[in-house]
Design a protein around this ligand. Structure first.
Ligand SMILES: [Zn+2]
Ligand SMILES: [Zn+2]
Ligand SMILES: [Zn+2]
Length: 189
């Protein structure tokens, strides 16, 4: 770990610090996802599971996974690296008419609102969430400088103590973002 990007801003975490639903999400997804999937893992499986999860979330909430939302999510699922909005456009332009940025941002807003995509602030990029951890869980993002993959680890307690420290100063925190750069185990090997 050589750099920690922290900001306490925006909204969300204030309402109830949820727990990382370890056992719950294992029951849900059958097999727990490793934080950094090994190179050569069955990525078709990752993609299929994440897409299945997205469909379930949308069905449960009576939300429509429209073609553009699905395409954006699929583009993000192509790897475990976050993509910038323009990279998503380039990706989609390979198969469909080049979408306008506003179209992509709207789809991203939808996917983020439904906890299917995270924004990686320090990279100004978006990450498909292949975990099923729920809105209340706060996660720290581990960003590998080697392969560009981003892993997620539970950070509810960390966020809680940051928020407590912030409150002691009279500051009212809304969302804690924790992004840590470094090298993943596969890139160290
Ligand atoms: Zn994968
Ligand atoms: Zn996530
Ligand atoms: Zn790596």
């Amino acid at each position: 770990m050589d750099c920690v990007f922290l900001s306490v801003s925006k909204n969300r975490a204030s309402a109830g610090m949820g727990e990382w639903p370890g056992s719950h999400y294992i029951a849900h997804m059958n097999v727990p996802k490793p934080t950094f999937p090994a190179p050569g893992h069955d990525h078709d499986r990752c993609t299929a599971d994440a897409m299945h999860h997205a469909e379930q979330v949308c069905a449960r909430r009576a939300q429509k996974l429209t073609p553009i939302r699905r395409q954006v999510f699929e583009a993000l699922l192509a790897s475990h690296r976050p993509l910038g909005a323009y990279e998503i456009i380039e990706e989609l332009a390979k198969t469909v008419t080049r979408p306008a940025p506003i179209t992509i941002y709207r789809a991203l807003d939808f996917l983020m609102a439904n906890e299917l995509v995270h924004r990686i602030e320090s990279r100004n990029a978006f990450l498909a969430c292949v975990h099923d951890h729920g809105a209340a869980s706060l996660v720290a993002f581990l960003i590998c400088d080697g392969c560009g993959s981003v892993g997620e680890v539970p950070a509810t307690q960390l966020a809680q103590s940051l928020n407590d420290a912030a409150r002691l100063t009279g500051f009212t925190p809304k969302l804690s973002v924790v992004e840590i750069t470094g090298t993943c185990a596969h890139c160290q090997a």
